[in-house]
Design a protein around this ligand. Sequence first.
Ligand code: WQD
Length: 332
Amino acid sequence: MKILVTGGLGFIGSHTSLLLLEEGYDVVILDNLSNSRISTLEKINSLSANKAAFVQGDILDEKIVDKVFSLGNFHGVVHFAALKSVEESQNNPMKYYLNNVAGTLTILKECQKYGVRNFVFSSSASVYGDAESPVSEDTTSGNRLNPYAESKGMCERILNDIAISDNSMRPTILRYFNVIGAHRSGLLGEESTKEFGNIMPYIVKVASGKMDKILVYGNDYNTPDGTGIRDYIHVMDVAKAHVRALEKQREGCQTYNLGTGQGTSVFELIETFEEVSGLKIPYEVAQRRYGDIEVSYSNPAKAMGELGWKAEFDIRDMVRDTWNYEKVRFKY
Ligand code: WQD
């Protein structure tokens, strides 16, 4: 069966594309290379006997998208392509609503035109806003704080409405918590071409001498050690959930949290990295970052019950594989 993976050369998209190939799917990747590199395609194909096809194009380019679908005969679509910077979305909301919402509508229009019923959507825990953790799929969203999260929430609304009006459409929404880690080979990992302000890439930069310290955004939160708590999840666990979602398509629009259900603080993440790598990670406590919530972690039970999926990697595995990727990439 053939799957279209939009944004398939990105961090989560590349790991999912590889897993789909290993599971025997044929994969066509559509990616505009705005936050990815063509070298990732070679790495994916070097790791799999089954090779992915690639089309460079933007999800807003209706001509290219229609051409891909007309040749595709796709069993399903996994839609990763999106802009993902919280800060950038606050400075340029129009760019985020256009790309993330209109771009998703372009893909959905083609799905309906060509009868592609299975649609797996890359969403985010940020749709919960500042709702109290642990959050379940039916938790009422709190204040979402930024256009990026709002754009994901709008796409979720669209998918639910489409599934209500056309019961042949089978969208699955996957809400990622904080995705880190890398493929065990060290060939695939988080190789963003831009800075998104996320903690893990900064810890890696300090470990590799590219930065002298981490700024810890606040140690005065109402948490055990005062720093922010997040539900970090391994990218391979997230990739596996996408394969399960394609296999277990159910009636209507289904939504699942992709998290471990465990919270890890900033200090705990830094300490885990130091233990695993044997390196010291200097830090300095700074002001809280605007828009950060205090605590975010999932109740992942629904994905276990309905997809038969649960996270297998723990925080040490995530840190180990992240650092291994960096060492392989730069031959430390
Ligand atoms: C994690 C923790 C920070 C950087 C965002 C998006 C989310 C998803 C993942 C797309 C927080 C602290 C961070 C630093 C720090 N992206 N921190 N110093 O903000 O939880 O989630 O990225 O889907 O949608 O919202 O991730 O890694 O930026 O922050 O102390 O230099 O690390 O305060 O507690 P976040 P993050």
